[in-house]
Design a protein around this ligand. Structure first.
Ligand code: PLP
Length: 379
């Protein structure tokens, strides 16, 4: 089946009891048992819920995994995944990883004794050189955030397999519609489902998809034991959001690709980062492992003053954190998505104070470009 069909029919696509076209929202914290010696499939809502199970089976199928587990946010998914490891273990993590992942690793998990080295994963030799005896996993994002740098996922999976460690991808920016890391040999794919998967900027949710049932079982144990589970209404909204993932991302990506080229022609914009743009250093690798450039781009303006006045004048995109919604969102990484990273770390990663990130929504591309043009006129 084509993915666009799977988005509608994968997993549980109707209520098994009544045939209703939509899976019910099972608002229950506990389940009555009939036999004290033989507890049924559902016993307590932290351990399992039919609405949650429906969206998890859909997510496992569209990502091509053996199991999927949902969490209360993308960070809950990341943190719960990190509980697979132990104090003393070491991880290799992409240099321009999501700011919240950087924060939880360098504060809470560092204090707990899980160590991370941040490496330029776009350089396979640098990555290999950084592996130690204690390294248990490699965690990457491709394209990365906010500079849309590309990591060769096949090379990461091959290195992980060679060293007998886990390869983990944060696939939030691409979703399984554009890229499925498990097909390249990755063990786990994490998403902030808050973003494209749900797509309507109205819930927080996270998911981890496991390549094997064994890893899925370990994560299921963590999900229940640690307890960062999603609310049932959010599971239902996520299930509904996934149904339109294909058409949304297709349209958003088309506009993003067009805008990226148009922005290159504007003199006040000195650089555009978009992985499908001719001249992007990772373009060939990206297009060999993803079916399109995606709907997120970033660009650099001539100077800081212009950047600030531009962000104050822009009308159509929300000036906000987050991405992947039907509405375009403009983010200023320095004070927003990457504020949790120390300034010197930001500078090392090339996240400067004239950099702006744009998540392209479903508005008309022409209207977005007109708005960007007017916002560039100095007051
Ligand atoms: C937003 C985001 C997260 C965290 O997800 P939340 O749902 O906000 O907790 C993790 N990774 C990436 C790439 C993200 O964009």
């Amino acid at each position: 089946m084509d993915l666009t069909t799977k988005f509608i029919h994968a997993g549980v696509d109707r209520d098994p009891v009544t045939g209703a076209s939509s899976v019910p929202i099972y608002l229950a914290s506990t389940y009555a048992q009939t036999d004290p010696d033989n507890i049924g499939h559902f016993d307590y809502a932290r351990s399992g819920n039919p609405t949650r199970e429906a969206v998890e089976s859909t997510l496992a199928e569209i990502e091509g995994g053996a199991a999927a587990l949902t969490f209360s946010s993308g960070m809950a998914a990341v943190s719960s995944t990190l509980l697979l490891f132990q104090p003393g273990d070491h991880l290799l993590v992409g240099m321009d990883i999501y700011g919240g992942t950087y924060r939880v690793l360098t504060t809470l998990f560092a204090r707990w004794g899980l160590h991370a080295t941040f490496v330029d994963t776009t350089d396979p030799a640098a990555l290999e050189a950084a592996v130690t005896d204690k390294t248990k996993a490699i965690l990457v994002e491709s394209p990365s955030n906010p500079l849309l740098r590309i990591t060769d996922l096949r090379a990461v999976a091959a290195l992980a397999q060679k060293r007998g460690i886990l390869a983990i991808a944060d696939g939030t920016f691409t979703t399984p519609y554009l890229q499925r890391p498990l097909e390249f040999g990755f063990d786990l794919v994490i998403h902030s489902a808050t973003k494209f998967l749900n797509g309507h900027s109205d819930i927080l949710s996270g998911v981890v998809v496991a390549a094997t049932q064994e890893l899925g079982d370990k994560l299921k144990f963590i999900q229940n034991a640690f307890g960062a589970v999603p609310g049932v209404q959010d599971c239902w909204l996520l299930l509904r959001g996934i149904k339109t993932l294909g058409v949304r991302l297709e349209a958003e990506q088309r506009t993003a690709a067009w805008l990226a080229e148009e922005l290159c022609r504007i003199p006040e914009i000195t650089r555009v980062h978009y992985p499908a743009l001719p001249g992007h250093p990772g373009r060939d690798i990206h297009l060999s492992q993803a079916s399109g450039g995606g709907a997120v781009l970033s660009f650099e303006l001539r100077d800081v003053e212009l950047t600030r006045s531009f962000l104050r004048r822009v009308r159509l995109p929300l000036l906000a954190v987050s991405l992947g919604g039907v509405e375009s969102v403009m983010t200023y990484p320095v004070t927003m998505s990457h504020a949790s990273m120390p300034p010197e770390e930001r500078a090392r990663r090339g996240i400067g104070d004239t950099l702006v990130r744009l998540s392209v929504g479903l508005e008309s591309g022409g209207d977005l470009l007109d708005d960007i043009r007017q916002a560039l006129q100095a007051k």
